[in-house]
Design a protein around this ligand. Structure first.
Ligand code: URA
Ligand code: SF4
Length: 219
């Protein structure tokens, strides 16, 4: 039987999609694999590709701040991405980050699905639309449906939130926090749900559906 570390090691040489051609490092994920909460982002950017670590650039710094504002950090949650290699457009010679394509997302499920299978989180927080479309439903609408509990194949429930890179762009065009308070609130909701589900399990009761999970939190 494969261990979590063996799965991680195997991913580091993956050639299953075109993103392997230009990557520096595969970014498998990091944090606490025993955590009841997993955050799943979109994919590595330039800094993540360089370091092999998720969310270490500007967006990552904002995510860290939102975790800190909730009394959390990377030792308390697990953080990974929808695709493990950087997606960029190289047509001008200089890489410009782009969203992962559907076939790349599908190919990388060969790592994400067993990764989530090992961790067995109570709650998944999808960071940004590509993650929510992959793990919750194809037609997920991030601005309308963020912060709500959904059924998920890989956890008791999943919630989606705004991507910190989107928030950083909004901060520049608007005179408000760009949605940062929503990110903080969604992390709080996800963590509270995870804690409640751990407690429930300790007490011997296990809500099995997202609806039953929802009734735990006065939805
Ligand atoms: N954006 C993501 O979605 N993931 C990262 O790891 C970094 C930036
Ligand atoms: Fe493999 Fe995923 Fe990287 Fe594609 S993005 S090469 S599937 S690890």
């Amino acid at each position: 039987m494969q261990t979590f570390e063996e799965l991680r090691q195997a991913s580091l040489t993956c050639q299953a999609c075109r993103l392997a051609e230009r990557r520096t490092n595969v970014v498998f994920g990091e944090g606490n694999p025993e955590s009841p909460l997993v955050l799943v982002g979109e994919g590595p950017g330039e800094n993540e590709d360089k370091t092999g670590r998720p969310f270490v650039g500007r967006a990552g710094q904002l995510l860290d701040k939102a975790l800190t504002d909730n009394g959390l950090d990377r030792t308390k949650v697990y953080i990974c991405n929808t695709v493990k290699c950087r997606a960029a457009d190289w047509s001008t010679g200089k890489p410009v980050n782009r969203a992962p394509m559907e076939d790349e997302v599908q190919a990388c499920r060969q790592w994400l699905v067993p990764q989530l299978g090992f961790i067995k989180p109570k709650v998944i927080l999808c960071i940004g639309a590509p993650s929510a479309k992959n793990l919750i439903k194809k037609n997920f609408q991030i601005t309308k449906e963020r912060g709500m509990y959904f059924p998920c194949e890989f956890a008791k429930t999943a919630i989606a939130t705004l991507h910190p890179a989107y928030i950083l762009r909004q901060m520049n065009v608007q005179k408000n926090d760009g949605g940062y308070s929503l990110l903080v609130a969604d992390i709080a909701r996800a963590w509270a749900a995870a804690q409640k589900l751990v407690e429930k399990e300790l007490n011997g009761s296990r809500p099995e559906t997202a609806e039953a999970v929802g009734t735990l939190f006065d939805l």
